[in-house]
Design a protein around this ligand. Structure first.
Ligand SMILES: C[S@@+](CC[C@H](N)C(=O)[O-])C[C@H]1O[C@@H](n2cnc3c(N)ncnc32)[C@H](O)[C@@H]1O
Length: 312
């Protein structure tokens, strides 16, 4: 699919800009550049002195970022995973000098819409699913050799797939005769192995989600990036995270809550709240897309935005 057919509409855009509490001369980090929808809107509010650094692990996203960097000297892009955020920031001597970090996690519309990337059960293509196809192993390679129990575990924990064991068995029983190399093969296999269907959901939805999260190590990436983001932010800097499913949102919510609470001491310890060294202040409640945005962009349906500010 061509780029023009698969633009990525930035989700919760106004809410994100407000949450970052942008200062015209500030330094900002967009840890998930994608197609740069959020980045361009941030740049529109920065002065000549303002700076924005984008990161993305997808080479196609980075190629778009390089075009933007060539046009706008306030912007730069790095090709890396956001678990390398601190390293990248240190290399630019930006640590403790960042006024806001945005993480709009998950896959982008262009990734989903391009059959060749192998993310979608609706489009037939090679079963890849890597956000960075230059690193790690593809979904097809993993399914070719993984133990049945490991596949079942991934489907259950990362997809909350109740037929995880049956699907894993079907994969292992099929693969010797018929290697599973395309998205359609996997989607059809899951369909056949699932004894019942959820309303309005393709039977392969959970399997594809689980394998994608596993192949891209998404939950560990998120945990590492949250820690590092907090370390490199300036005091008063904003951390804004948009997540798209409950496993991710739970990680963000718990991390924010724990850092807002501070040191985990037994409740009878004679200390005041300040002495617990809280590192974050929670800003408002979780934000979801309103009806107007949902009408224009149904993919915003599951987006949840959380905001926190660095205290010390
Ligand atoms: C939802 S899209 C972001 C869209 C972007 N905000 C926009 O307006 O165009 C998520 C992007 O984050 C990237 N991404 C996801 N996980 C990543 C990680 N661990 N490290 C670096 N980039 C990641 C994906 O490759 C994808 O391009």
């Amino acid at each position: 699919m061509t780029e023009s057919h698969s633009q990525h509409l930035p989700v919760l855009l106004d809410e994100t800009l407000a949450a970052l509490s942008l200062k015209a001369d500030g330094h900002y980090l967009d840890a998930t550049f994608g197609r740069g929808g959020h980045s361009r809107a941030i740049l529109a509010q920065l002065s000549d002195k303002g700076r924005l650094l984008g990161l993305d692990q997808d080479p196609q996203a980075v190629a778009i970022g390089r075009q933007l960097a060539a046009e706008d000297p306030r912007f730069a892009i790095e090709h890396c995973a956001f678990s390398e955020l601190a390293k990248t920031v240190h290399a630019r001597l930006w640590q403790n000098n960042i006024d806001g970090i945005l993480m709009d996690i998950g896959v982008s519309s262009p990734q989903l819409d391009d059959a060749e990337r192998g993310f979608s059960f609706l489009r037939d293509g090679p079963l890849d699913m890597r956000m960075n196809p230059e690193s790690g192993i593809s979904a097809a390679e993993w399914l070719a050799t993984a133990e049945m129990q490991d596949i079942a575990h991934v489907l259950k924990t990362l997809g909350e797939e109740r037929y995880g064991k049956r699907i894993a068995r079907a994969i292992v029983e099929t693969r010797d005769e018929n290697p599973i190399t395309t998205t359609k093969q996997l989607a059809d296999l899951v369909d056949k192995a699932s004894p019942s269907r959820e309303k309005h959901k393709h039977p392969a939805t959970r399997t594809f989600q689980a394998i994608r999260i596993y192949i891209n190590n998404e939950l560990d990436e998120l945990k590492a990036a949250l820690e590092q983001a907090l370390d490199v932010l300036a005091v008063g800097g904003r951390l804004v995270v948009i997540s798209f499913h409950s496993l991710e949102d739970r990680i963000v919510k718990r991390y924010f809550r724990d850092q807002a609470r501070g040191d985990d001491l037994p409740s009878h310890f004679p200390v005041t709240v300040d002495q617990l060294n809280p590192r974050l202040k929670l800003i408002g409640k979780a934000i979801k897309a309103g009806d107007k945005e949902l009408a224009a962009n149904p993919r915003a349906r599951s987006a949840v935005l959380r905001v926190a500010e660095k205290l010390a």
